[in-house]
Design a binder for this molecule. Sequence first.
Ligand code: WTA
Length: 647
Amino acid sequence: MSDDIYPVPETWAKTARIDAATYAKDYARSLSDPTGYWLEQAQRLDWMTAPTLADESDFTEEKFAVRWFADGVLNVSANCLDRHLEARGDQVAIIWEPDAPTASPRHITYRELHAEVCKFANALKAKGVRKGDRVTLYLPMIPEAAVAMLACTRIGAVHSIVFGGFSPDALAGRITDCDSRIVITADEGCRGGKSVALKTNVDAAAKLSSSVETIIVIKATGADVPMTEGRDFWYGDLIAEADADCAPEPMNAEDPLFILYTSGSTGKPKGVLHSTGGYLLWASLTHELVFDYRDGDVYWCAADVGWVTGHTYIVYGPLANGATTLMYEGVPNWPSPSRIWQVVDRHKVNQLYTAPTALRALMKEGDSYVTATDRSSLRLLGTVGEPINPEAWRWYHQVVGEGRCPIVDTWWQTETGGQMITPLPGATALKPGSATFPFFGVEPKLVDAEGKVLEGAAEGNLVITRSWPGQMRTVWGDHDRFFQTYFSTYPGTYFTGDGCRRDADGYYWITGRVDDVINVSGHRMGTAEVESALVLHKTVAEAAVVGFPHDIKGQGIYAYVTLNSGETPSDELRKSLVAWVRQEIGPIATPDAIQFTPGLPKTRSGKIMRRILRKIAEGDISSLGDTSTLADPSVVDDLVANRVGKP
Ligand code: WTA
C-alpha cells in the first residue's frame, strides 16, 4: 500500500463537472434527501411516464425489497438511440476495431445503429420473441452484439449474455437455468489471431439443453458452419427482409432488463438480474461523471460484452449518453504489446478503461512498446476488476499517461450494476491502489466478523447500508438465494464479499474477496465450480480449490486433488485434469497448479479447513495456525512437502 497523494490537476479542478466542493455537497445531499436527489437525476433519462417514486427498498428480512422509480415507464433502446437521432444522428455511436490490425475498422452512426436495431427487433418478434422472454447471446466482440442487446431491450426481451470463452457445458447450464428458447451467436469469434468455434459450441450446448428452438447466426468470419434446417437462421437474411420501423415497448422501470451469470462462493453460477430504470440511470450517470465524458470524446472500455463491465461501460452507459464508444474485437497484446496503444492512436481515444491484469502483462514487456506510440489524445485512464498494485498504478500514470491523466480506480461488482467506490477526476486527490470514495448515494461501512460497525481508520468486511438505483433485483428464479447470499450475513446491509481497509483520510482500499470466490485476471471464479468440475472426472475422489497470488493474473487457481484408490498421480493425469476443467467450464477456469494429495485437511466433523490450504498454496507455511482440531493432523506435513512450485 502506498501513501503518496496525487492532487487533482489544476485544469481538471477548473473544468470538470464535479469539483471537490460539489462532490462533498452533492454526496451529503444524496444521503440526506435521496428522493429529491434521485428524482432530479432521473430526469437525465427519457421517460414515457416520469417516476414520482424513488427508493422503496428495504434490506430487512421482513420487508425485503429492492425497488426504484416503480411508477416510471421507459424503454432502454429509445434512451440509447431514438432520443439522439435529432441532434446527433450522424455522429458515430460505435467504432469497431477488428482483431487483425490490417483489417478495416467500422464506424456506425446513431442513425445506422437505430435502423439495424429496429430491423433486428422485428426479426426477433417474427421468431416469436415476446416481452419478458429470455434470449441467450453467445457472441464475439462485434457491433452486432450491441445490436442484439438493444434489439432485445426494444421489445422488452431479457438478454442473457454468456462470455464466448465458456464451454458448451457452461453455456447449456445458463441456457437451461433461464429457459431461453433462442440463442444468438456467430459462425466464429476471432481473438488474438485465434478463432473460437462459437456456432459449434452452441450446437453442442443445444444438444444438452432441450429448451433451444431457434439459433440466429451472425456471419463474422465467413467460416463454413453446419446449419440445421428450421432451427438455424442467418442474421443477414433476417435483417434483409425486416422492416426498419419498430416502436419501442413501454417498460416499467422495474421490468427485467438482463440476466448475467456470475460466480459466487457456493453452488452453480447465479443469474444476476438487473431491471430497466435504475440500472440505466446508474450506467449513464456514472459513465458521464467518472470518465468526465464530453461531447465529441472517443471513449474506450477495453472489456468484453460477456462481462458486466462490457454491458454497462461499452454499451448502456455510453450510448445512453450519446457517446462514441469503441468496441475492440481482440486482446491488448496481440500482435504486439503495442497494440492497445496503437488502437488509442488510431482512433484518438480520450478515455481508456481497462483491467490491472492487462496493465501488469504489458508492463512486464517494458516501456518501449508504450513510448513508441503517441497517446497524446488520452485525457483520463481507468481500471476495474481487481485491486491494482501501486507499482502498476504508477506505471499507468507515468509511462502510459505521462503524468497528465487522472486514474479512476473503480470498485464495483456484477451485482452493483455500475461503479460504487471511485474517484471523480476533478474532485478526488488520488492514492495509488485506493478506489478512494463512494459515488453519490452509496453508503459503505466496514464491519467486523460479528457485524459490529467499525469507525474511522479500520479494516473489515465491506457492506453497503442502503440501496442504490443500479443494484441487482434478484437472482433469476431464486429470490430466496438473493436474500440469503447478500443480506443475511450482516442483517440490514448488502454484503459485498470484499474485504476493505479505510485509512485515516477516509480512503477505501479494497483488499480482495473474503469468501470462496477467486479473482483470476479480473474474472470471478467460484472455487466450488472448479471443484465440481474436477470431481466429475472419473479418477478424482475429492478436490479443494483455493486462490493464490499470481504476478499477472492477480490470483491463480490452485487445486488439491485426491484420486480414487487404484489411480496413480502423474504429470499426464495432471494435464488431463487441466484439459477436463477447460472443457467443463472454459479456459478462464484453467487451474494453474494441481497438487495430488492422499487426503485433505478436515476437522473431525468433516469440514475442509481451507485456511490451511490457502496458506500452503501461498507458500506461507510458517503460520499455518492451530492444526490440532484436524481429524488427521499428519495430512498437513504431506501437503507442505508436496506443494506445487515449492522452491
Ligand atoms: C473485484 C467487475 C479492487 C472485487 C466490475 C469485486 C475490485 C469483484 C475492483 C467483482 C477494484 C472489482 N479494486 N477490487 N477497483 N473492481 N473488484 O462481478 O473483489 O466481475 O467483488 O465485477 O471484483 O467482480 P465482477
